[in-house]
Structures are given as C-alpha cells and as structure tokens.
Design a protein around this ligand. Structure first.
Ligand code: C5P
Length: 297
C-alpha cells in the first residue's frame, strides 16, 4: 500500500524582516501565498528509510537525512514509537533551493503521507507542531491558501483570498542558501535601526478583494536587496519580466527564483515567453494562486 500527497509551492507577497534575534532567527511578518506548482510525495512501506527523487532537477535534491521529508518521517515515527521504515519518493516539480519552499513542501507532504500510512491518529495541531520543528516555512506548506506567518514565520493566521492571481516564475541557474541571504540582510542592515516587521494593511486588503492591480502595488520583500547583493544578475531578470508587461516583479522569498504578477493567463504566457528568450533565466513557469495545502491524492 502506498500513500501520495500533493503539495504546493509558495511565494511571499510580503516578507517584512526584523532584526536578528538572540537565537539567530529573524522575526517576520511573512505573507505566504500558495501557488499551483506542485511536488508529489509517495510513501511505501520498506525495510528501512530510503528517499528517491524524480524530475528535471532531481540531481540537486539531497537524498540523505538532511532532506526534510526524511526528517518529517523520523519525527513522526519517534513520537508514535514506530520505526520509520518507508520508501519516500519525491516527484519534484517545484524549483530546488529557489525560495519557493520546495524542501519545506516535501517535509509537510511526507509528514501527512506517513501519518496516513501509519494511521497515527495525530491531530492537526500535532502535525503543525512537528512542521514548525522542521522549519519556519513547513507549517504553511501543510495549510496552503494564504496566511500571515509571524514569529520566525511558523505562527500562522489564515487570510481569505477573494480572487485568482496569475504569476510567472523565472527559475535561476543554481540556488541561494537561505541562511546566506539572511546573513547578507544582517550585513546590509548593520548599524541601522531595523523596524519591527508588520503586515501591510493594503496588501491584506488586496488579497481579500482579489485586486491584482492593488496587490501589484503592495508586494514587498525585505530580503530582495540581500538576494540581489549575492546575485546581481537577478536585476536583469526582474527588468526583463517588467519590460514584457508584468504588473510587478520581486524576488521570491530568499531567491533566486523571481516572481512576476501578471493580469491574466494570456499575459502570463507572453511574459514567460519573453523571459525564456531574454536569456536571463534557466526556465519560466506560469502558475495561479491561491492553491490548496498538502492533500492526499
Ligand atoms: O527555519 P528554517 O530551517 O527554514 O530556516 C533556515 C535558515 O534561515 C535559518 O537557519 C536562519 O538562518 C534563516 N532564517 C531566519 N529567520 C527566519 C527564518 C529563517 O534567520 N525567520
């Protein structure tokens, strides 16, 4: 018997970053929006814990115990006195190390899949607590839709979304390390007074009313200067998408994927084509939001 879970990518429509905390993390006002690019994680009983991965970027995915899917299986098994003897297969479609929470998505998906396989009877709150232990973005991968993440991003308040938003994502060559981008944020803001992060009322309104133009005007990412500092060529990608008619452009999370908000599906295809021919990215993908969270298929 196997269990398969489908899980979405995310884009941060607002990522407000506070000063570094004593534990090294940063307090955030992190507005997550799940987008319709999905990984599928299948778990099957096996003699021991094993991970495999398929998809165009499979070679970049770690297949050892650092993979969040493995850590999720181990964490759930430990709590319930079960041996984590599963083969976890990840069908990877979310860009790897791209700032779209692909690794977090696989952690949430593996957790939900193992929970179903082992019939642990874990409550939703228990699953969310394990997600928060695995990483700051993992709880959101479980819930999907849209949510405000506070604390280090793991404390979620759901946000209603009143419409469909169209996006293009430009996938860069190579990844960016999230700790390195936060480190660069610290370097760039050293000696300045970093304000406490707060969600933008205009942005939350734009989501609630499904107003694309208003959302375009309210997108922001405090990690963008740090990502651009580490990867200056991303400025060319942002400019190429904007020149092709995107309503707004920003780095997705810690990058290096760049996100372009567009008016409709037709515009999405035009902007994706232009990005592909611009030579400023490795691939361009279209997707709509919001998308549902991790769910059994
Ligand atoms: O929580 P997660 O394991 O995804 O975080 C990865 C790294 O990103 C952390 O080790 C930290 O360097 C940085 N981070 C941070 N503040 C946050 C979330 C992540 O500094 N709120």
């Amino acid at each position: 018997m196997s269990v398969t879970v489908r899980v979405p990518a995310k884009v941060n429509v607002q990522l407000a970053v506070g000063a570094a905390r004593p534990d090294g993390f940063h307090d955030l006002a992190n507005v997550f929006l799940a987008v319709g690019l999905y990984d599928e994680v299948t778990v099957t009983p096996a003699d021991g814990l094993r991970i495999t991965c398929s998809g165009p970027d499979a070679a970049q995915v770690p297949l050892d115990a650092t993979n969040l899917a493995a850590r999720a299986a181990i964490a759930l098994a430990e709590r319930h006195g079960i041996a984590p003897d599963v083969h976890i297969h990840i069908a990877k479609d979310i860009p790897v190390a791209g700032g779209m929470a692909g690794g977090s998505a696989d952690g949430a998906a593996a957790l939900l899949a193992c929970d179903a396989l082992w019939s642990t009877g874990a409550t939703r709150d228990e699953l969310l607590a394990i997600c928060a232990e695995l990483g700051s973005d993992v709880p959101f991968s479980l819930v999907g839709g849209a949510a405000l993440g506070t604390g280090r991003g793991e404390r979620l308040t759901p946000i209603d979304v009143g419409g469909t938003f169209h996006w293009v994502f430009a996938v860069a060559d190579g990844g960016l390390s999230t700790p390195a981008v936060y480190g660069e944020f610290d370097r760039l803001t050293a000696g300045t007074d970093v304000p406490a992060p707060e969600a933008s009322p205009a942005l939350l309104d734009a989501l609630r009313t499904g107003d694309t133009a208003a959302l375009a005007g309210a997108l922001s990412n405090d990690l963008q200067p740090a990502a651009l500092s580490l990867r200056p060529s991303l400025a060319d990608t942002l400019a190429a998408g904007t020149a092709a008619g995107a309503l707004a452009a920003l780095v997705s999370g810690s990058g290096p994927t760049t996100a372009f908000l567009v008016a409709d599906a037709e515009s999405a295809h035009k902007v994706a084509e232009a990005l592909l021919t611009s030579g400023t990215c490795r691939n361009a993908r279209t997707a709509v939001s919001p998308a549902p969270g991790a769910s059994l298929v």
